[in-house]
Design a binder for this molecule. Structure first.
Ligand SMILES: [Zn+2]
Ligand SMILES: [Zn+2]
Length: 231
């Protein structure tokens, strides 16, 4: 962790006094300075979100049913703080640096690709004032270059949350909670980058992968900002 890290005990005061300072070290100018961004990238380990084994090119040798999956890091420390501040304190300016971090760990691609944000529950969008995954998807598509776009190809058919439910219930809920948006045309030669902010149980992501595959997607990669703390 870089020196001079902000005191997270007083985040409200910190925002008020220095809204455009680095969330990591307090340096004025950027909401995440290059030094703190590199610090997060230096802690990046290519891990499978499901079994936590190291991955090669995003692929886990144990979890062959998962598409290549890329995670910036564990949801703790500075990365945990910025994901939290972005999502729960609606600090929208963190969207760009989070997209930049994601871009850095994704493999380069020169084939057409579409960033597909996992759909957020409507009432969460209303309470936060924005769709946090969609905004990062926009920045990420922009960073990926002219052959990449973003489209909300998945929709929520139910506004369920996973809190307090057991694994089987979560999987069943997730499967019925998403569907492919009407009039979606899937191109088998396009890479679909499924984007979400956190992997907790993986139920939502697995359901979305399945829906896209059923609609005809053959090339999918999974992009996750963070992984629930490894216990
Ligand atoms: Zn910094
Ligand atoms: Zn695995």
């Amino acid at each position: 962790m870089p020196n001079n890290v902000k005191n997270t005990t007083f985040p409200g005061l910190f925002d008020l006094l220095a809204p455009h300072s680095c969330r990591g070290c307090g340096q004025i100018g950027h909401v995440l300075c290059n030094r703190c961004k590199n610090y997060i990238l230096s802690n990046h380990k290519a891990l499978c979100p499901h079994c936590k084994a190291p991955t090669k090119a995003g692929q886990c040798r144990h979890c062959k049913n998962l598409p290549p999956t890329f995670v910036i890091g564990e949801r703790s420390g500075l990365l945990g703080d910025i994901v939290h501040d972005y999502k729960y304190r609606s600090i929208r300016s963190l969207a760009r640096p989070l997209a930049e971090l994601m871009y850095e760990i994704l493999p380069p691609t020169d084939t057409p690709s579409v960033v597909v944000p996992l759909p957020t529950i409507e009432r969460h969008i209303r309470s936060r004032g924005f769709d946090h995954t969609k905004l990062i998807a926009k920045h990420l598509a922009n960073l990926q270059g002219p052959k990449c776009t973003t489209k909300p190809l998945l929709i929520r058919t139910k506004d369920t949350t996973q809190v307090g439910t057991n694994r089987t219930t979560r999987i069943n809920q997730a499967t019925s909670a998403y569907s492919v948006a009407p009039r979606t045309v899937i191109n088998p030669n396009t890479t679909y980058i499924l984007l979400d902010d956190v992997w907790t149980t993986g139920a939502s992501m697995r359901a979305c992968i399945e829906k896209l595959q059923q609609a005809g997607a053959t090339q999918i990669i999974v992009a996750l900002l963070s992984l629930s703390r490894i216990s």
